[in-house]
Design a protein around this ligand. Structure first.
Ligand SMILES: NC(=O)C1=CN([C@@H]2O[C@H](COP(=O)(O)OP(=O)(O)OC[C@H]3O[C@@H](n4cnc5c(N)ncnc54)[C@H](OP(=O)(O)O)[C@@H]3O)[C@@H](O)[C@H]2O)C=CC1
Ligand SMILES: O=C(CO)COP(=O)(O)O
Length: 328
């Protein structure tokens, strides 16, 4: 048993708990989930249900739990599964406990607010240049944890490492595709959240399914423009972490970003709540990144302006529909 590869997932929310669960079930890995609340981690160890994050999903007996940072010391693979804006803090806190040869993977979908940096760049900055990989793509935590078939992309700078990560962390129900396009994979994950909010606004405001289809297509076009400007590949945008995740979260009410957009579209308050809505942060960050890079991001800009209260929905629709006519 001690020969099994050790994996640590940091962040005992929905996604971290789901990843730790599915990877434990594959049987070849020794997985520990680390959270920062000792009482919760002790409870999870005893009860094996995380009602707050994955209600009704049994957590496997072989999954370990800890609130101690030194529990990562022997892990070969360390997954950072906390929200985007917490990745830098977490790297600073857990970094000193990492084994020298450990591979770190960012599992969040967003960009750093203060710098607009990709999260792999954030981890590398905070972890003294240690190379970081990124996991992104379509998959709700509850589906992954329940063992429903899901597929995502795992991107590393080095192709061999990406292959190794995909082979080591994939399971019979959770399939990972290796990639070396870290920018494309992460920008896809960050921007699809903004576009899912836009799809929610369309639904909430009753603008129709035709409008949603147009938004998904044109949203994908602006995602491509930014990805290519940032050195990523158009084919990544057409893959799981771009089109795949946009279709999932732009159409499913399981998506927190979509639900937040619906609230905005219904003008039922500003949509603020306890749930994590990554796209609400990413909208203004991506809009600023687009301005800085000279990339036209009309949907992203409109979502950022609506969230900030600078633009009403009828004016946003008018603005998008009266742009100069161009080829697709
Ligand atoms: N949920 C999903 O279906 C999916 C989510 N993702 C992505 O995963 C990321 C996390 O989302 P999700 O799990 O859903 O969010 P949740 O809100 O369910 O959980 C976030 C967790 O992160 C923990 N956390 C926050 N800050 C830190 C920190 N500094 N150190 C350690 N842990 C911390 C929180 O701990 P505490 O409770 O103590 O505050 C909480 O347990 C997001 O970027 C999201 O886009 C990706 C794919 C699917
Ligand atoms: O990214 C996700 C599924 O791929 C989860 O989406 P939400 O954060 O919108 O719930």
């Amino acid at each position: 048993m001690s020969g099994r590869t050790r994996v640590v997932v940091i962040g005992a929310g929905a996604f971290g708990t789901a990843l730790a669960t599915v990877m434990t079930l594959q049987g070849n890995l020794k997985v520990t989930l680390i959270g920062r609340n000792p009482a919760l981690m002790s409870d999870l160890r005893d009860v094996r249900i995380h009602d707050g994050a994955l209600p009704g999903v049994p957590l496997p007996d072989a999954l370990g739990f800890s609130a101690e940072p030194d529990a990562i010391a022997e892990a070969g693979f360390v997954l950072f599964a906390m929200p985007s804006q917490a990745q830098a803090d977490a790297a600073r806190y857990y970094g000193p406990y990492l084994a020298q040869d450990a591979t770190v993977v960012s599992c969040a979908k967003g960009l750093e607010r203060s710098t607009a940096a990709l999260l792999t760049d954030v981890l590398e900055r905070e972890l003294d240049g240690r190379s970081a990989a990124a996991l992104s793509g379509p998959g709700f935590a509850a589906d992954i944890a329940r063992g429903l078939p899901t597929a995502m992309t795992i991107a590393a700078r080095d192709a061999k490492l990406a292959e190794q990560l995909a082979h080591t962390l994939s399971t019979r129900t959770f399939r990972l595709y290796p990639s070396t396009d870290r920018a494309g994979v992460q920008l896809g994950g960050a921007l699809k959240n903004v576009l899912a909010i836009a799809c929610g606004i369309v639904e909430g405001a009753g603008l129709g399914e035709s409008a949603r289809a147009a938004l998904i297509s044109r949203g994908l076009a602006e995602m491509s423009r930014l990805v290519e400007r940032m050195g990523g590949q158009a084919e990544t945008v057409r893959g799981l972490s771009g089109l795949g995740d946009l279709v999932l979260t732009g159409t499913s009410h399981q998506s927190r970003n979509l639900r937040y957009g619906i609230m905005l579209g219904r003008q039922a308050g500003n949509g603020e709540g306890d749930e994590l809505v990554e796209g609400a942060f990413a909208a203004s960050i991506a809009a600023e990144l687009g301005r800085r890079q000279g990339v036209d991001l009309p949907v992203t800009n409109a979502v950022a302006d609506i969230i900030a209260g600078r633009l009403g929905i009828p004016a946003a629709v008018d603005q998008l529909m009266t742009r100069p006519i161009t080829t697709e």
